[in-house]
Unconditional design. Sequence first.
Length: 50
Amino acid sequence: MDALVFTVFALAALVGGFASGFSGFAMTATLIAGYGLLTQGYGTMRASCH
């Protein structure tokens, strides 16, 4: 394998790993925020009904 081909392959793998990691983090943050809104809304609804 040529050194240039290996370098391009290694950089592409690195960029792919970062993209996958960041998208996974973004999805986790979205789920946490959504669940927080859901539980706070439920708590507010129950408090206002009683």
